[in-house]
Ligand binder design. Structure first.
Ligand code: FEO
Length: 383
């Protein structure tokens, strides 16, 4: 598969995976991307997950014919990209690893050797000449591990972007890019918005025509669209107008309130309402929605003097990722001592730049006329 005349795709598709990184459902599988830059010297960009090492080596052989790679450029040491380093180094005993010093520490941890005689340590701004192609390395710490670097090929104007601009889904999946790229970004890299923005700022100074990420499709058209979304995501900006309702419900009464709230919001002109039952939906999808829209309503039951477990988990997920700059409304339910709203307020106290809606809806077991009026008031504030 050709990316440019000299750059070929040699990655693999994983359609057997149950959970990516042990937690994310990936209904359309996952791609572990790798690329060969074929010049006077040949560089391979990253390896692949352990289960696909042989298939990847087969792709290298098919692509290079009788030629052999000179360099393995390791941009990221998470095992979805690094697990086949060892098998590569055994297959190509002349090859040299090019990576950051932090990566070599991890290489030793994973493989018991730092390949002292077969390595080139690079740092910010260092270059590697392959012939026609000159590669420049740009460090990208915490996008998404500390050792990460990305690579710019100024000859073909290609940015090899590591995990940035990646998405869930096998390489050839025909689906909306933003949906699975957003779920991927906020799930995996979201905590590191500041660091990801720094990378975008560095990349802004480069003339880029193609982005080659480690997951998902190669991006070669309309790059402004993808970079624009990444600018919004990494700065915790609001991407779409609308309100998210995230709820838990034990016997259906809080669900009824959430559904009624949705209708009221739409009646009042809210552009889009995303309704997520936290016990049943994909948590990563609910997290993605919360970051996508500007307003969020949390509706839950009081449970063991706290909130219902799925809501606790959801608020934790938002907190871990630095959720901020949003308006939040609260709905609580409790049959004898409803305290969920106060518990949520305490949990939200150390979130940055959160405005709480004035109206708090307190349901005691089932909805009353008074509750319906409160929901109307809350919808007015959150539309
Ligand atoms: Fe795709 Fe952070 O590994």
């Amino acid at each position: 598969m050709k990316v440019t005349h000299d750059i070929k795709y040699i990655g693999v598709n994983d359609r057997n995976i149950d959970l990516f990184e042990g937690q994310y459902i990936v209904p359309n599988g996952m791609a572990y991307n790798s690329y060969a830059i074929i010049d006077e010297k040949i560089a391979i960009m990253d390896s692949v997950d352990a289960a696909f090492g042989l298939e990847w080596l087969g792709n290298i052989e098919k692509t290079l014919g009788s030629a052999k790679p000179d360099y393995l450029i390791v941009q990221h040491m998470e095992p979805d990209h690094s697990a086949s380093i060892d098998i590569f180094m055994k297959t190509y005993p002349e090859a040299v690893i090019v990576s950051t010093s932090k990566s070599f520490v991890m290489i030793k941890q994973f493989f018991g050797t730092e390949y002292e005689d077969r390595r080139i340590i690079v740092d910010e701004g260092d270059t590697l000449d392959l012939g026609k192609h000159s590669l420049t390395f740009v460090t990208a710490p915490m996008v998404h591990w500390p050792e990460v670097m990305v690579t710019y090929d100024k000859t073909d104007k290609v940015l090899f972007s590591a995990d940035a601009f990646g998405k869930f889904g096998a390489w050839d999946t025909d689906e909306d890019w933003a949906c699975e790229a957003r779920r991927y970004y906020f799930g995996i890299v979201g905590k590191y918005g500041i660091q990801a923005k720094k990378l975008l700022d560095k990349a802004a100074g480069l003339d880029i025509e193609i982005i080659c990420p480690l997951h998902g499709p190669v991006l070669s058209e309309n790059l402004g669209y993808y970079i624009g979304l990444y600018n919004t995501w990494t700065t915790y900006g609001v991407e779409s107008e609308g309100t998210v309702i995230a709820y838990t419900s034990v016997y259906g009464n809080t669900r009824k309130a959430a559904e009624m709230l949705k209708e009221k919001l739409l009646e009042k002109g809210c552009k889009k309402v995303a309704l997520n039952d936290l016990a049943r939906c994909d948590m990563a999808e609910a997290v993605e929605d919360a970051f996508r829209y500007g307003k969020l309503i949390l509706a839950t039951t009081t449970y063991n003097s706290d909130v219902f477990p799925f809501m606790r988990e959801f608020i934790n997920e938002l907190h871990e990722r630095g959720y901020k700059n949003r308006k939040i409304g609260l709905v609580e339910n409790g049959s004898w001592a409803p305290t969920a709203a106060n518990v949520m307020k305490k949990k939200l106290a150390d979130f940055k730049n959160i405005e709480l809606a004035e109206t708090v809806v307190t349901i005691k077991s089932a909805l009353t006329d008074e509750n319906i009026a409160q929901l109307d008031k809350l919808a007015e504030e959150m539309k």
